[in-house]
Design a protein around this ligand. Structure first.
Ligand code: ATP
Length: 303
């Protein structure tokens, strides 16, 4: 089976800045795939090349086995990063227009759009202008535009940004439903928890390059089970200076301690019980959040 998406050695330069610097990746059909990375890493630029909105300087894009921008266009749904493109248009008219671009009749597009708007709780807003909607509602309306027409590949640029938890859940459920019905989903995000919960595969892009990628389980096991979640009463300031400890991330209620390669978690436990009252000690795989911070080095890409 052709991959849903295949990128080979993609390069895009703006002036002297290489925004995308040799990105290659493949997304098999049926996956939920997360393109993760810090601000300015090159995610949106990569997505725009996949959609043929901008052309790469070099490299190749294939979408559903076809060159970007051609016949595959009608089979791809896209939620752009910039929202509210058609501010003066009524919601249902905007969606009718978007459906028509993909070849639906106006009546069919209206019917489908109305169904989605109802599902997302926007049914009563369909005859209002886009600009009258709140930011989150505009995002929902634009999301409808992306999912209409049963796309085989759905590309979502930061779909969860700016949404409250209820709406994040709504989007998640729709994404899972579409995926179960056969659609391949590719989305960009900096929300590591979302990526961790939803994606079967990820690529971490930093400074225009993929620095880590593959099935989420494999990515995590590559980092080993050498993180420990600890909760305790007392002063744990000494933790950072223990020889086996690589880093400590404080989450207020608990701390995630990353051990150095080969360090023994039991030695950490012994050191802890000597000095503080331990309430929780759990050996875990590192979170994607911490893998991200470790790989990106704690420095923003555009610094
Ligand atoms: P974010 O998470 O902040 O949205 P991103 O990973 O999507 O970031 P891109 O939008 O792809 O990052 O930007 C990558 C780099 O390319 C940035 O340094 C950005 O300033 C630059 N860039 C993107 N588009 C253009 C453009 N049209 N002209 C000049 N520079 C650009």
């Amino acid at each position: 089976m052709e991959p849903a998406l295949s990128l080979r050695d993609l390069v895009k330069t703006f002036g002297s800045h290489r925004a995308v610097d040799g990105v290659s990746l493949e997304v098999a059909q049926g996956l939920i795939f997360g393109l993760i990375g810090p601000n300015g890493a090159g995610k949106t630029t990569t997505i725009r090349m996949i959609l043929d909105i901008i052309r790469p300087d070099s490299g190749e894009v294939r979408v559903l086995g076809l060159p970007a921008g051609g016949a595959a266009r009608d089979r791809v749904g896209y939620l752009p990063e910039e929202r509210g493109l058609y501010r003066k248009t009524k919601v249902l008219e905007m969606l009718e227009f978007q459906g028509a671009i993909k070849g639906a009749s106006p009546a069919a597009a209206r019917r489908e759009a109305a169904g989605w708007l109802d599902r997302l709780g926007l049914g009563e807003w369909k005859d209002r202008k886009v600009e009258d909607l709140s930011k989150g509602m505009q995002q929902k309306a634009q999301f409808v535009g992306a999912v209409m027409g049963k796309p085989e590949l759905l590309i979502l640029d930061e779909p969860f940004a700016g949404l409250d938890p209820v709406n994040q859940n709504l989007f998640k459920d729709v994404i899972l439903d579409l995926n179960r019905a056969g659609a391949t989903i590719v989305f960009s995000t900096h929300q590591m928890e979302t990526a961790e919960r939803l994606c079967r595969e990820i690529a971490l892009i930093n400074r225009g390059r993929i620095v880590l990628g593959g099935p989420l389980a494999a990515v995590k096991s590559r980092f080993g089970r050498n993180s420990v979640l600890v909760e305790y009463d007392g002063d744990g300031g000494f933790l950072r200076s223990l020889p086996g400890v690589a880093r400590v991330d404080d989450y207020g209620g608990y701390r995630e301690v990353r051990l150095r390669d080969g360090a023994d978690p039991q030695a950490l436990l012994r050191a802890l019980v000597e000095k503080v009252a331990v309430r929780r000690f759990e050996i875990v795989e590192p979170t994607l959040h911490n893998i991200f911070i470790e790989q990106v080095g704690g420095k923003p890409a555009d610094a």
